[in-house]
Ligand binder design. Sequence first.
Ligand code: NAD
Length: 322
Amino acid sequence: MVAGGAGYIGSHTCKLLKQAGREPVVLDDLSTGHRWAAKFGPLYVGDIENGELVQKIVRQHGITDVIDFAAKAQVGESYQNPGKYFRENVGKTIHFVDALIAGGAKNIVFSSSCAVYGNPETIPITESESKKPVNPYGETKLVVERMLHWDGIAHGLKWVAPRYFNAAGADPEGEIGEVHDPETHLIPAAIEAVLGKRPQLEVYGTDYPTPDGTAIRDYIHVFDLGRAHILALDYLREGGESTALNLGTGVGQSVLDVVRAVKAASGREVPHVLRPRRAGDPPELVADPSMAKRVLGWSAEFRDIERIVETAWAWHRRPVAA
Ligand SMILES: NC(=O)c1ccc[n+]([C@@H]2O[C@H](COP(=O)([O-])OP(=O)(O)OC[C@H]3O[C@@H](n4cnc5c(N)ncnc54)[C@H](O)[C@@H]3O)[C@@H](O)[C@H]2O)c1
Protein backbone atom coordinates (compact mmCIF):
# COMPACT_ATOMS: atom_id res chain seq x y z
CA MET A 1 0.00 0.00 0.00
CA VAL A 2 1.19 3.48 -0.83
CA ALA A 3 -0.62 6.11 1.26
CA GLY A 4 -0.34 9.48 -0.44
CA GLY A 5 0.54 7.73 -3.72
CA ALA A 6 -1.27 10.39 -5.77
CA GLY A 7 1.13 13.07 -4.51
CA TYR A 8 4.46 14.23 -5.84
CA ILE A 9 6.95 11.81 -4.25
CA GLY A 10 4.32 9.08 -3.89
CA SER A 11 3.43 8.96 -7.59
CA HIS A 12 7.08 8.79 -8.65
CA THR A 13 7.66 5.95 -6.18
CA CYS A 14 4.59 4.14 -7.55
CA LYS A 15 6.00 4.39 -11.07
CA LEU A 16 9.25 2.78 -9.89
CA LEU A 17 7.35 0.09 -7.94
CA LYS A 18 5.32 -0.75 -11.03
CA GLN A 19 8.50 -0.92 -13.13
CA ALA A 20 9.93 -3.32 -10.54
CA GLY A 21 6.86 -5.55 -11.00
CA ARG A 22 5.23 -4.63 -7.66
CA GLU A 23 1.77 -3.16 -8.11
CA PRO A 24 1.18 -0.26 -5.72
CA VAL A 25 -2.25 -0.07 -4.07
CA VAL A 26 -2.78 3.64 -3.46
CA LEU A 27 -4.81 5.19 -0.62
CA ASP A 28 -5.11 8.95 -1.05
CA ASP A 29 -7.76 11.53 -0.16
CA LEU A 30 -6.64 13.70 -3.11
CA SER A 31 -6.37 16.69 -0.74
CA THR A 32 -3.10 17.75 -2.38
CA GLY A 33 -2.60 14.82 -4.78
CA HIS A 34 -4.02 14.19 -8.24
CA ARG A 35 -6.10 11.40 -9.70
CA TRP A 36 -4.04 11.53 -12.93
CA ALA A 37 -0.86 10.83 -10.96
CA ALA A 38 -2.26 7.63 -9.41
CA LYS A 39 -2.02 5.60 -12.59
CA PHE A 40 0.25 2.74 -11.60
CA GLY A 41 -2.19 0.56 -9.65
CA PRO A 42 -5.59 0.62 -7.95
CA LEU A 43 -6.58 3.90 -6.26
CA TYR A 44 -8.76 4.06 -3.13
CA VAL A 45 -9.91 7.61 -2.49
CA GLY A 46 -10.13 8.00 1.26
CA ASP A 47 -8.53 9.34 4.39
CA ILE A 48 -5.77 7.44 6.17
CA GLU A 49 -7.66 7.98 9.43
CA ASN A 50 -10.51 5.78 8.16
CA GLY A 51 -9.48 2.63 10.01
CA GLU A 52 -12.25 0.50 8.55
CA LEU A 53 -11.21 1.33 4.99
CA VAL A 54 -7.52 0.82 5.80
CA GLN A 55 -8.14 -2.62 7.29
CA LYS A 56 -10.36 -3.57 4.36
CA ILE A 57 -7.63 -2.67 1.82
CA VAL A 58 -4.94 -4.45 3.82
CA ARG A 59 -7.00 -7.65 4.06
CA GLN A 60 -8.37 -7.55 0.50
CA HIS A 61 -4.92 -7.16 -1.07
CA GLY A 62 -3.01 -9.20 1.52
CA ILE A 63 -0.80 -6.21 2.21
CA THR A 64 2.24 -6.64 4.44
CA ASP A 65 4.28 -3.63 3.27
CA VAL A 66 3.27 0.02 3.43
CA ILE A 67 4.84 3.29 2.33
CA ASP A 68 3.27 6.33 3.97
CA PHE A 69 3.62 9.68 2.17
CA ALA A 70 0.24 11.02 3.34
CA ALA A 71 0.75 14.27 5.22
CA LYS A 72 0.48 18.03 5.01
CA ALA A 73 3.89 19.40 4.09
CA GLN A 74 3.98 23.19 4.07
CA VAL A 75 6.37 24.48 6.68
CA GLY A 76 5.02 28.05 6.55
CA GLU A 77 1.41 26.94 6.99
CA SER A 78 2.41 24.73 9.92
CA TYR A 79 3.84 27.78 11.60
CA GLN A 80 0.54 29.62 11.26
CA ASN A 81 -1.67 26.64 12.10
CA PRO A 82 0.12 24.14 14.35
CA GLY A 83 -3.17 22.47 15.37
CA LYS A 84 -3.92 21.51 11.77
CA TYR A 85 -0.49 19.90 11.42
CA PHE A 86 -0.75 17.92 14.63
CA ARG A 87 -4.27 16.75 13.68
CA GLU A 88 -3.33 15.85 10.10
CA ASN A 89 0.20 14.50 10.48
CA VAL A 90 0.06 13.02 13.97
CA GLY A 91 -3.62 12.39 14.82
CA LYS A 92 -4.49 10.75 11.50
CA THR A 93 -1.27 8.77 11.36
CA ILE A 94 -2.01 7.28 14.80
CA HIS A 95 -5.32 5.90 13.47
CA PHE A 96 -3.63 4.77 10.25
CA VAL A 97 -0.83 2.85 11.92
CA ASP A 98 -3.20 1.27 14.45
CA ALA A 99 -5.40 0.02 11.59
CA LEU A 100 -2.37 -1.28 9.67
CA ILE A 101 -1.24 -3.26 12.69
CA ALA A 102 -4.77 -4.57 13.30
CA GLY A 103 -5.03 -5.57 9.63
CA GLY A 104 -1.76 -7.50 9.77
CA ALA A 105 0.75 -5.19 8.02
CA LYS A 106 4.35 -5.86 9.01
CA ASN A 107 6.61 -3.21 7.49
CA ILE A 108 6.24 0.54 7.03
CA VAL A 109 8.41 3.16 5.37
CA PHE A 110 7.32 6.52 6.72
CA SER A 111 8.19 9.87 5.07
CA SER A 112 10.10 11.84 7.65
CA SER A 113 12.05 15.00 6.99
CA CYS A 114 15.30 16.82 7.67
CA ALA A 115 12.99 19.30 9.44
CA VAL A 116 13.34 17.05 12.52
CA TYR A 117 16.85 18.46 13.04
CA GLY A 118 15.91 22.15 13.28
CA ASN A 119 19.09 24.23 13.26
CA PRO A 120 21.78 21.54 13.22
CA GLU A 121 25.08 22.10 14.97
CA THR A 122 27.12 20.15 12.42
CA ILE A 123 26.97 20.14 8.60
CA PRO A 124 26.68 17.69 6.90
CA ILE A 125 23.97 16.33 9.17
CA THR A 126 24.22 12.77 10.46
CA GLU A 127 21.31 10.84 11.95
CA SER A 128 22.74 11.29 15.45
CA GLU A 129 22.47 15.10 15.24
CA SER A 130 20.18 16.48 17.97
CA LYS A 131 16.53 16.73 17.00
CA LYS A 132 15.16 20.15 17.85
CA PRO A 133 12.60 21.08 15.19
CA VAL A 134 12.12 24.81 14.62
CA ASN A 135 8.67 24.49 13.09
CA PRO A 136 5.50 22.49 13.88
CA TYR A 137 5.82 20.46 10.66
CA GLY A 138 9.20 19.05 11.73
CA GLU A 139 7.86 18.37 15.20
CA THR A 140 4.99 16.28 13.78
CA LYS A 141 7.46 14.12 11.83
CA LEU A 142 9.54 13.54 14.94
CA VAL A 143 6.49 12.56 17.00
CA VAL A 144 5.49 9.93 14.42
CA GLU A 145 9.05 8.54 14.31
CA ARG A 146 8.86 8.10 18.08
CA MET A 147 5.45 6.46 17.85
CA LEU A 148 6.78 3.98 15.28
CA HIS A 149 9.62 3.15 17.63
CA TRP A 150 7.16 2.25 20.39
CA ASP A 151 4.81 0.42 17.98
CA GLY A 152 7.83 -1.66 16.99
CA ILE A 153 8.41 -2.64 20.59
CA ALA A 154 4.74 -3.22 21.39
CA HIS A 155 3.56 -4.89 18.17
CA GLY A 156 6.65 -5.94 16.24
CA LEU A 157 5.98 -3.38 13.48
CA LYS A 158 9.17 -2.88 11.46
CA TRP A 159 9.85 0.62 10.13
CA VAL A 160 12.24 2.82 8.23
CA ALA A 161 11.84 6.60 8.47
CA PRO A 162 13.74 8.21 5.60
CA ARG A 163 14.44 11.83 6.46
CA TYR A 164 14.32 13.55 3.08
CA PHE A 165 16.13 16.72 2.35
CA ASN A 166 14.56 18.77 -0.49
CA ALA A 167 12.72 16.59 -3.00
CA ALA A 168 13.19 17.96 -6.50
CA GLY A 169 12.90 17.21 -10.21
CA ALA A 170 10.45 15.07 -12.16
CA ASP A 171 10.13 11.81 -14.04
CA PRO A 172 12.67 12.18 -16.89
CA GLU A 173 10.12 10.49 -19.20
CA GLY A 174 7.74 13.40 -18.54
CA GLU A 175 4.82 11.17 -17.52
CA ILE A 176 4.43 12.67 -14.03
CA GLY A 177 5.90 15.62 -12.13
CA GLU A 178 5.37 18.10 -9.34
CA VAL A 179 2.08 20.02 -9.08
CA HIS A 180 1.37 21.71 -5.76
CA ASP A 181 -1.12 24.51 -5.20
CA PRO A 182 0.15 26.78 -3.83
CA GLU A 183 3.65 25.86 -4.99
CA THR A 184 6.08 26.62 -2.17
CA HIS A 185 9.09 24.64 -3.41
CA LEU A 186 11.96 26.64 -4.82
CA ILE A 187 12.63 24.96 -8.18
CA PRO A 188 9.02 24.89 -9.46
CA ALA A 189 8.46 28.40 -8.07
CA ALA A 190 11.50 29.66 -10.02
CA ILE A 191 10.23 27.91 -13.15
CA GLU A 192 6.77 29.47 -12.67
CA ALA A 193 8.47 32.88 -12.51
CA VAL A 194 10.29 32.16 -15.79
CA LEU A 195 7.03 31.06 -17.44
CA GLY A 196 5.14 34.15 -16.21
CA LYS A 197 2.86 32.02 -14.00
CA ARG A 198 3.88 34.14 -11.01
CA PRO A 199 5.19 37.69 -11.19
CA GLN A 200 8.55 36.82 -9.66
CA LEU A 201 10.42 34.43 -7.39
CA GLU A 202 10.69 35.59 -3.79
CA VAL A 203 14.17 34.88 -2.37
CA TYR A 204 13.79 34.76 1.41
CA GLY A 205 16.92 35.75 3.31
CA THR A 206 20.11 37.23 1.88
CA ASP A 207 22.03 37.65 5.13
CA TYR A 208 22.56 34.02 6.13
CA PRO A 209 26.12 33.01 7.09
CA THR A 210 26.61 31.29 3.71
CA PRO A 211 28.95 32.25 0.83
CA ASP A 212 26.27 34.21 -1.11
CA GLY A 213 24.02 35.00 1.88
CA THR A 214 21.11 32.82 0.70
CA ALA A 215 19.99 29.59 2.37
CA ILE A 216 21.62 26.30 1.40
CA ARG A 217 19.67 23.07 0.88
CA ASP A 218 20.37 19.56 -0.39
CA TYR A 219 18.18 18.86 -3.45
CA ILE A 220 17.48 15.18 -4.00
CA HIS A 221 15.85 13.88 -7.16
CA VAL A 222 12.41 12.37 -6.65
CA PHE A 223 13.40 9.14 -8.44
CA ASP A 224 16.39 8.75 -6.12
CA LEU A 225 13.93 9.06 -3.22
CA GLY A 226 11.60 6.50 -4.80
CA ARG A 227 14.45 4.01 -5.27
CA ALA A 228 15.42 4.40 -1.63
CA HIS A 229 11.88 3.54 -0.51
CA ILE A 230 11.87 0.31 -2.48
CA LEU A 231 15.30 -0.62 -1.09
CA ALA A 232 14.04 0.20 2.42
CA LEU A 233 11.10 -2.18 2.03
CA ASP A 234 13.43 -4.93 0.77
CA TYR A 235 15.72 -4.27 3.72
CA LEU A 236 12.84 -4.68 6.19
CA ARG A 237 11.58 -7.83 4.44
CA GLU A 238 15.05 -9.31 4.77
CA GLY A 239 14.95 -8.71 8.54
CA GLY A 240 16.76 -5.36 8.75
CA GLU A 241 16.54 -3.35 11.99
CA SER A 242 14.10 -0.45 12.15
CA THR A 243 15.86 2.88 11.70
CA ALA A 244 15.73 6.47 10.51
CA LEU A 245 17.94 7.41 7.54
CA ASN A 246 18.97 10.64 5.85
CA LEU A 247 18.27 10.82 2.12
CA GLY A 248 20.20 13.55 0.36
CA THR A 249 23.04 13.99 -2.11
CA GLY A 250 25.46 15.33 0.50
CA VAL A 251 25.96 18.48 -1.60
CA GLY A 252 24.41 21.84 -0.75
CA GLN A 253 23.08 24.44 -3.20
CA SER A 254 22.20 28.01 -2.33
CA VAL A 255 18.99 29.64 -3.51
CA LEU A 256 21.04 31.64 -6.01
CA ASP A 257 22.73 28.43 -7.27
CA VAL A 258 19.24 27.10 -8.03
CA VAL A 259 18.28 30.37 -9.75
CA ARG A 260 21.37 29.96 -11.96
CA ALA A 261 20.48 26.31 -12.72
CA VAL A 262 16.94 27.35 -13.75
CA LYS A 263 18.41 30.06 -15.97
CA ALA A 264 20.73 27.48 -17.57
CA ALA A 265 17.92 24.94 -18.15
CA SER A 266 15.44 27.47 -19.53
CA GLY A 267 17.83 29.84 -21.28
CA ARG A 268 15.94 32.70 -19.64
CA GLU A 269 16.41 35.07 -16.70
CA VAL A 270 14.54 34.19 -13.49
CA PRO A 271 12.70 37.33 -12.34
CA HIS A 272 13.31 37.49 -8.59
CA VAL A 273 13.11 39.83 -5.61
CA LEU A 274 15.07 39.68 -2.38
CA ARG A 275 13.06 39.47 0.86
CA PRO A 276 13.90 39.16 4.57
CA ARG A 277 14.33 35.72 6.15
CA ARG A 278 11.23 33.66 6.97
CA ALA A 279 10.66 32.32 10.48
CA GLY A 280 11.67 28.68 10.90
CA ASP A 281 14.07 28.53 7.93
CA PRO A 282 17.53 27.28 9.01
CA PRO A 283 20.53 28.69 7.08
CA GLU A 284 21.93 25.36 5.89
CA LEU A 285 20.61 21.80 5.65
CA VAL A 286 22.86 19.29 3.93
CA ALA A 287 22.71 15.54 4.50
CA ASP A 288 25.43 13.14 5.36
CA PRO A 289 23.88 10.24 3.39
CA SER A 290 26.53 7.65 4.34
CA MET A 291 24.22 5.67 6.62
CA ALA A 292 21.71 5.11 3.77
CA LYS A 293 24.63 3.88 1.66
CA ARG A 294 25.78 1.50 4.41
CA VAL A 295 22.32 0.21 5.34
CA LEU A 296 20.50 0.17 1.99
CA GLY A 297 23.36 0.30 -0.51
CA TRP A 298 21.69 3.50 -1.78
CA SER A 299 23.18 6.69 -3.08
CA ALA A 300 21.85 9.47 -5.26
CA GLU A 301 22.21 8.93 -9.01
CA PHE A 302 21.16 12.47 -9.94
CA ARG A 303 24.15 14.34 -8.57
CA ASP A 304 24.05 17.66 -10.44
CA ILE A 305 21.56 20.38 -9.65
CA GLU A 306 21.60 21.27 -13.38
CA ARG A 307 20.37 17.78 -14.34
CA ILE A 308 17.72 17.77 -11.60
CA VAL A 309 16.44 21.17 -12.71
CA GLU A 310 16.38 20.05 -16.36
CA THR A 311 13.90 17.26 -15.48
CA ALA A 312 11.70 19.77 -13.62
CA TRP A 313 11.90 22.26 -16.49
CA ALA A 314 10.93 19.59 -19.05
CA TRP A 315 7.88 18.67 -16.93
CA HIS A 316 6.71 22.26 -16.55
CA ARG A 317 7.17 22.84 -20.28
CA ARG A 318 5.05 19.81 -21.21
CA PRO A 319 2.60 20.59 -23.97
CA VAL A 320 -0.64 19.57 -22.19
CA ALA A 321 -1.21 20.77 -18.62
CA ALA A 322 -2.11 17.81 -16.41
N1 NAD B 1 8.59 17.42 -0.87
C1 NAD B 1 9.62 17.46 -0.03
O1 NAD B 1 10.65 18.10 -0.28
C2 NAD B 1 9.59 16.67 1.26
C3 NAD B 1 10.70 16.72 2.12
C4 NAD B 1 10.66 15.97 3.30
C5 NAD B 1 9.55 15.20 3.59
N2 NAD B 1 8.48 15.20 2.74
C6 NAD B 1 7.33 14.36 3.10
O2 NAD B 1 7.07 13.48 2.01
C7 NAD B 1 5.68 13.21 1.92
C8 NAD B 1 5.20 13.47 0.51
O3 NAD B 1 5.48 14.83 0.15
P1 NAD B 1 5.03 15.42 -1.25
O4 NAD B 1 5.89 16.58 -1.54
O5 NAD B 1 4.91 14.33 -2.23
O6 NAD B 1 3.59 15.98 -0.86
P2 NAD B 1 2.19 15.88 -1.64
O7 NAD B 1 1.29 16.86 -0.97
O8 NAD B 1 2.42 16.01 -3.11
O9 NAD B 1 1.73 14.39 -1.33
C9 NAD B 1 1.01 14.01 -0.18
C10 NAD B 1 -0.11 13.09 -0.62
O10 NAD B 1 -0.79 12.62 0.53
C11 NAD B 1 -2.20 12.78 0.34
N3 NAD B 1 -2.79 12.94 1.67
C12 NAD B 1 -2.55 13.95 2.55
N4 NAD B 1 -3.26 13.75 3.69
C13 NAD B 1 -3.95 12.59 3.50
C14 NAD B 1 -4.84 11.84 4.32
N5 NAD B 1 -5.19 12.27 5.54
N6 NAD B 1 -5.36 10.70 3.83
C15 NAD B 1 -5.03 10.25 2.56
N7 NAD B 1 -4.18 10.92 1.76
C16 NAD B 1 -3.64 12.08 2.24
C17 NAD B 1 -2.34 13.98 -0.56
O11 NAD B 1 -3.56 14.04 -1.28
C18 NAD B 1 -1.14 13.80 -1.50
O12 NAD B 1 -1.46 13.00 -2.60
C19 NAD B 1 5.00 14.06 2.98
O13 NAD B 1 4.80 13.26 4.12
C20 NAD B 1 6.04 15.13 3.28
O14 NAD B 1 5.91 15.61 4.58
C21 NAD B 1 8.48 15.91 1.60
